[in-house]
Design a protein around this ligand. Structure first.
Ligand code: FAD
Length: 406
């Protein structure tokens, strides 16, 4: 009989198994992974660099980065947060560095460092890792669990379910049959498709401070925007996709988006910039003197979109024309038709409904002795290391509680 069986060999499952064994070294802990390779998402994460976490140690501020599960995470992070996570990796011999935007990576810039640290710690502690072992059903019998797996029956006093995000609700049916409510899964963290829009000819251009507005969803966000060959990407787009994951799914990813290319600058401030151009460089062409520091090619595109030639001299821009140009600059409308997966990081919103789980022990309120960790829960974050942090935090707490018996 195992003390703890962990189902799922991803970030959350490994952290749960390691935590269980660290808390009760004599207990037998088994980790079951259905595929042959463990930690495959960690390996490909962050473009191969693994964005482990984010340099934001205050749980209240950190929790604001979770469109779903923020309140739950705030409580969990108070038990095991960024400071504890960074300290654990340090003890495991992994030095982390913080980039200018707060994202934390291993100093090696190699996700293999994180995979090696987790597999090494599990081995050192004596966690039994069984790959190629898929859990298919579970029963509770005389105070323990009987787990049916592709490799035979596994008996355990406590279970940690860390099977990751499931794109379809059917993937979580075996947990639903035990009485758990499943919040229907939908994708989060994707980019916007603008098929046949001329702006895509400007692929590769990025603007550091735009303001994006999704009028139908009532949300706006400032931040960097990247023009790609299929549409819009970059942090501002990903942020909107995460916070409106359900609404955009309901809209079948077909919706308008407004862009203020001048970011936080008001129409009045932009008008002043234009007056200054007219006064200081009247003979220069519009195309030669971009407003708001925009890249020249994008500026020329917007001038053309407003109906003017980029060769037109500034002195010839009348006030009605100026208004037209300001309207395009500050409220440029696009029609999104479809989404594309963001290759660096994507997650599933939805999963086990959080009011059925304790945020301190991650134990199910429906099935005593069963704990959850990671993306299987209805928790997901924006980009920046927040999704792995959810895996480390919930994995650690679930493993500890499972080992200590609740
Ligand atoms: C390409 C990509 C890059 C990413 N980069 C980052 C990043 O840099 N930073 C960040 O914070 N987040 C990143 N994420 C998100 C992050 O990877 C996930 O949020 C995180 O891996 C979730 O961990 P998990 O352990 O809950 O699930 P998973 O990593 O999905 O692990 C679940 C495991 O359970 C196994 N499993 C499922 N069902 C069973 C079963 N019945 N029996 C046995 N095993 C089972 C699966 O095979 C899988 O190995 C990225 C995601 C992707 C797709």
């Amino acid at each position: 009989m195992h003390a703890v069986a962990v189902v799922g060999g991803g970030a959350a499952g490994f952290f749960a198994a390691i935590s269980a064994k660290e808390h009760v070294p004599d207990g037998h802990v088994v980790l079951l992974e259905k595929s042959q390779a463990v930690l495959s998402k960690v390996r490909v994460s962050g473009g191969g660099r693994c964005n482990v976490t984010h340099d934001l140690s205050e749980p209240r501020r950190l929790a604001k980065h979770y469109p779903r599960g923020g309140a739950f995470m705030r409580q969990a992070l108070q038990q095991f947060g960024i400071v504890e996570t960074v300290a654990w990796f340090q003890r495991a011999g992994v030095a982390l560095k913080t980039e200018a935007d707060g994202r934390m990576f291993p100093t090696t810039n190699d996700s293999g460092t994180i995979v090696d640290a987790l597999t090494g710690a599990a081995k050192h502690l004596g966690v039994e890792v069984r790959s190629g072992s898929k859990a298919t059903a579970v029963r509770q019998q005389d105070g323990h669990f009987e787990l049916e797996t592709s490799g035979g029956m596994v008996l355990a006093r406590r279970l940690v379910i860390a099977t990751g995000g499931s794109p379809k609700v059917q993937g979580l049916q075996w947990l639903q049959e035990l009485g758990h409510h499943i919040v229907p899964p939908v994708p989060s963290l994707f980019t916007f498709d603008l098929p046949n829009d001329p702006v895509t000819a400007l692929m590769g251009i990025s603007v550091p401070h735009v303001r994006l507005r999704l009028p139908a969803q009532g949300i706006e966000r400032e931040g960097p925007l990247l023009i790609t060959h299929w549409g819009f990407s970059g942090p501002a787009v990903l942020w909107c996709s995460a916070w409106c994951a359900r609404e955009l799914h309901a809209a079948n990813y077909t919706h308008p988006v407004h862009v203020n290319w001048c970011g936080t600058r008001s129409e009045e401030a932009t008008a002043l910039d234009m007056q200054q151009c007219r006064a200081t460089a009247p003979d220069k062409s519009l195309g030669e003197r971009p407003i708001c520091g925009l890249p020249k090619r994008l500026w020329a595109h917007l001038v053309t979109k407003a109906g003017f030639s980029p060769r037109k001299p500034w002195r010839e821009l009348g006030s009605a024309q100026e208004h037209k140009l300001i309207a395009v600059l500050t409220n440029d409308t696009y029609f999104v038709r479809g989404k594309t997966t963001f290759k660096e990081e994507f997650v599933t919103a939805g999963g086990i409904q959080l009011d059925q789980v304790s945020p301190l022990t991650l134990e199910s309120k429906v099935v005593a002795g069963m704990h959850f960790a990671g993306e299987v829960l209805d928790i997901d974050g924006v980009t920046g290391g927040f999704n792995f942090q959810a895996a480390w935090t919930t994995g650690w707490l679930a493993g500890r509680a499972a080992a200590l018996g609740g």
